[in-house]
Write a protein that binds this ligand. Structure first.
Ligand SMILES: Cc1cc2nc3c(=O)[nH]c(=O)nc-3n(C[C@H](O)[C@H](O)[C@H](O)COP(=O)(O)OP(=O)(O)OC[C@H]3O[C@@H](n4cnc5c(N)ncnc54)[C@H](O)[C@@H]3O)c2cc1C
Length: 425
């Protein structure tokens, strides 16, 4: 077993050319210091720079090094815990506001791709498929539930209708959404970084913040420099480690893994997913997959709380793929990589302030491609003095993970339970 790295992901191998950024050296001052160059941090940086703020972004590694450059690329509706839970916790009115924000999160991707001409293979269309016959009625109900929030373009598919779209007999039914989709995650992230740079934000790579002052005069210290700022945005998410204790305590990094097959050719690829949608199943431990622009199967899944990953990730992930598409047994796997998803106890994003000057958003719990960008925008709005929408996302209470330093073994046991539950249907 080795520590997770992105090895050479398919995304790094097909990354668009983008700006390079220096390492921070010397002492700097700015309006807003952003920690982390993933979607959360870059979205805040872009929005703030466009509003005329002087922004410095510190990135420990390179732009998109974290989950934003490694993920399944699936643009999902709503929030990871489901809208029913939000409604239960916060009431119908607040849930509607959360849903509206999550809808805007998707259109924000569209508008940024268009405005900044980001080439990231953005496609709309999403299939949710169930392996559990007993769940089919719940999916019918889910369509009505989504419509109740004003969602358009979600349709229930019975087994036959689903099999016309998906070349697998594994599922009993599903939902097709027109308003969700997929993209090349790293190229979207690099595009955001370029847009933020053009808007005037300064990004520093290979510049991990080693110490943060999250008080009334926020500052960050790196190996060779310092940044003093009026405000700070913390967007380090599952890669932040223990730097900010209250954030660390409420977030669990969970390893998720993806393989990319060799190019299958358009006909073979379309026989698997005729409409080129993103697909996921409804299990607790989700399989998520889609086709790349060059007709590879990108198949992701698993969830490991052990923070270690198997040496041969391709071999580890292949059975998940062939369970769904047995005909892919003979295909070559060209790339396999993993990354950390930041999970909260209640699977609701953890958004808030530390004191008055430091804002953070993390813990999208596997559903952050769209929401992270939106939370970055909401933090920027709040810094600019319009905190109403930020407060909608910041209203939720988050419990620390129990177990302190022993929390990982407890979660590994928890996952074994859920694996068994998925297997038993
Ligand atoms: C394998 C995988 C598959 C996923 N699939 C999906 C999916 O299909 N759909 C979906 O919606 N979501 C998915 N997710 C989740 C999604 O990718 C994340 O929610 C989202 O990218 C979070 O963005 P972020 O900017 O908050 O964090 P990140 O992208 O992780 O960015 C954090 C950045 O902060 C930097 N950093 C950390 N500490 C410091 C420091 N001290 N100083 C400076 N910089 C620091 C890191 O290097 C990193 O670049 C997936 C995640 C993974 C790992």
């Amino acid at each position: 077993m080795t520590r997770p790295s992105d090895g050479l992901s398919y995304y790094r191998a097909t990354a668009n050319p983008s700006y390079e950024h220096p390492k921070l050296q010397g002492d700097h001052t700015c309006d807003v210091c952003v920690i982390g160059a993933g979607y959360t941090g870059l979205s805040a940086a872009l929005e703030l720079a466009e509003r005329g703020y002087d922004v410095i972004v510190l990135e420990a590694d390179v732009v998109g090094w974290g989950a934003s450059g490694r993920n399944g690329g699936q643009i999902c509706t709503g929030v990871s815990c489901g809208m029913e839970k939000i409604e239960k916790v916060a009431g119908r009115e607040a849930a509607q506001k959360v849903f509206d924000i999550s809808e805007e999160a998707k259109s924000l991707i569209s508008s940024r791709v268009q405005t900044h001409e980001i080439e990231c293979d953005l496609k709309w269309g999403y299939l949710h498929a169930t392996e559990n016959a007993g769940e089919v009625d719940a999916l019918r109900h889910e369509v009505e539930h989504l419509e109740g929030f004003g969602a358009k373009g979600a349709t229930f598919l019975d087994k036959q209708a689903l099999e016309e779209r998906l070349g697998s007999t594994r599922y009993h039914g599903g939902i097709r959404e027109e308003g969700a989709g997929h993209l090349h995650p790293l190229n979207y992230c690099l595009g955001l970084a370029d847009a933020a740079t053009k808007a005037g934000a300064k990004i520093f790579e290979h510049s991990p913040a080693l110490e943060l002052d999250t008080g009334a005069n926020p500052s960050a210290k790196t190996e060779l420099g310092t940044v003093k700022a009026k405000f700070m945005v913390v967007g380090g998410n599952a890669y932040l480690g223990k730097l900010v204790k209250p954030l660390y305590q409420r977030l669990m990094p969970c390893g998720s893994f993806i393989l990319a097959t060799e190019p299958l050719g358009e006909n073979r690829a379309r026989a698997l997913i005729a409409g080129d949608e993103a697909v996921s199943n409804t299990n607790f431990i989700v399989d998520y997959y889609r086709l790349s622009a060059d007709h590879r199967m990108l198949f992701g899944g698993r969830c490991s709380y052990s923070t270690l990953e198997p040496k041969d990730l391709g071999a580890f992930m292949r059975p998940r793929m062939t369970n769904v598409f047995p005909e892919l047994e003979d295909v070559k796997i060209d790339y396999a990589w993993g990354g950390y998803i930041g999970i909260t106890m209640n699977r609701i994003p953890h958004v808030g302030r530390i004191g008055e000057k430091v804002y953070f958003a993390q813990g999208y719990s596997g559903q952050g491609v769209a929401l992270s960008g939106m939370c970055g925008k909401l933090m920027a709005e709040a810094i600019a003095g319009q905190a109403e929408r930020f407060d909608v996302m910041a209203q939720f209470k988050h419990q620390p993970f129990p177990g302190g330093p022993l929390r990982t073994p407890a979660l590994v046991l928890g996952m074994l339970y859920y694996r068994l539950r998925d297997a038993l249907g």
